[in-house]
Design a protein around this ligand. Structure first.
Ligand SMILES: Nc1ncnc2c1ncn2[C@@H]1O[C@H](COP(=O)(O)OP(=O)(O)O)[C@@H](O)[C@H]1O
Ligand SMILES: [Mg+2]
Length: 294
């Protein structure tokens, strides 16, 4: 159990309602390298193009969402991550980034200024917040920063057409129970391998235990229908898990041609076509903004 947030273990699964019922708050989880940042960037920009107001949060310490979402590299390098504003994090949570609080964090700080202070404009009108922080050996606890981000997302007054989508390092374990205060939806990304599915199922179970109610599976880099069958059979072997939806996302050579940015994929790519289906499952079935393309 983490000393600072009291979380990190399966036993912390107390359901806590998100702060506001409207809008959608999505956390993207899954094994490293399965496509989380690519999918987060595509989803954020796709929803922004459809008329949603989108905030993207980069909660991976490697901080590559800015480049993936299509910011130029100089602007991306100039972003001040939340964790680098140590005075602000301490003022809000009672602990400096990288330090345990030695006690309980303030989990309900007033974070109404966080978006104005620390978000930057990204393509298609997306706002981007980069969490930053340093991954520490062992637990990888990022408590002050994660508590702050979760509180900020929970406190946002989201309207129907507002979406928050957060890219993560892997799973949700280092977020502790504060996560479910901020997020109501998880996209679990896997590729068609047993190891990726195992990490995905563990992440899904943890997210469910933390109180995230809407869990969707994205099978990325699919090459055939057989890949979906294989993934579903791996899930069965692992004890089963019931996802709200399962979407196949194809292996797409053009992703590699234009990486790190996803911009050119919008000019026509099989991955973007499939992502429309995923976004419909995850968001458009809950929300119907004026002018949306479902
Ligand atoms: N559907 C896809 N087809 C082909 N390449 C992909 C696809 N999705 C992601 N990739 C590539 O796979 C690599 C890992 O993706 P990334 O989004 O960085 O994963 P993660 O954030 O989960 O670590 C990147 O080089 C990315 O361009
Ligand atoms: Mg990533």
């Amino acid at each position: 159990m983490c000393e600072t947030c009291g979380g990190h273990g399966p036993s912390v699964g107390r359901h806590e309602e998100p702060g506001h019922a409207e809008g959608t708050r999505i956390v993207v989880v899954g094994k490293g390298g399965v496509g989380k940042s690519t999918l987060t960037a595509l989803l954020a920009r796709m929803l922004a193009r459809q008329g949603f107001s989108v905030m993207a949060v980069d909660a991976d310490e490697q901080r590559n969402l800015a480049a993936t979402i299509g910011m130029d590299l100089q602007a991306a390098a100039a972003i001040v991550p939340v964790a680098d504003d140590a005075d602000y994090v301490e003022e809000k949570t009672g602990a400096r980034p990288g330090e345990g609080a030695g006690g309980m964090l303030r989990l309900n700080p007033d974070t109404s200024d966080l978006v104005n202070r620390l978000s930057v404009p990204a393509p298609d009108g997306v706002r981007l917040v980069v969490m930053g922080g340093v991954r520490r050996a062992g637990g990888g606890c990022l408590c002050p920063e994660t508590a702050l981000i979760s509180a900020a997302v929970a406190q946002m007054h989201l309207h129907h057409e507002d979406v928050v989508v957060m890219d993560t390092h892997a799973g949700v374990e280092h977020f502790g129970r504060s996560l479910a205060r901020g997020f109501d939806t998880a996209i679990v990304v896997v590729e068609p391998t047993f190891n990726a599915v195992q990490v995905g199922v563990e992440s899904a179970r943890m997210a469910a235990e933390l109180g995230i109610s809407s869990l969707h599976l994205a099978v990325n880099r699919s090459r055939s229908d057989g890949d979906i069958v294989r993934v579903l059979s791996h899930i069965e072997r692992l004890g089963g898990f019931s996802f709200a939806s399962v979407t196949a996302l194809p292996f797409d050579e053009s992703v590699l041609q234009c990486e790190p940015a996803v911009d050119q994929l919008f000019e026509g790519s099989p991955l973007v076509d499939a992502m429309v289906r995923l976004s419909t499952e995850v968001v458009a079935t809950r929300l119907h903004p004026v002018g949306s393309v479902a």
